[in-house]
Design a protein around this ligand. Sequence first.
Ligand SMILES: [Zn+2]
Length: 77
Amino acid sequence: MKKLPPTARSRHALTCATCERRFFIDETQTPPFCSQRCQLIDLGRWLDEEIGLPFEGEPDGTPVERRGDPDESESGY
Ligand SMILES: [Zn+2]
């Protein structure tokens, strides 16, 4: 059996999704990002995209009120 040095197993190398810097997972508190800053940048991108989406169709859960419509069956005219 081969014995791996403990550092080779516990140090898991990652690539930051924001700045593409190589770092070890034990160097960060915000995996898979190298720093909290990069995590916030990525989060900001997602929020930007969500807000920038054009609204097409009706949002769920909005009741459609038709009380302003003229009642066709009304005979009191
Ligand atoms: Zn980064």
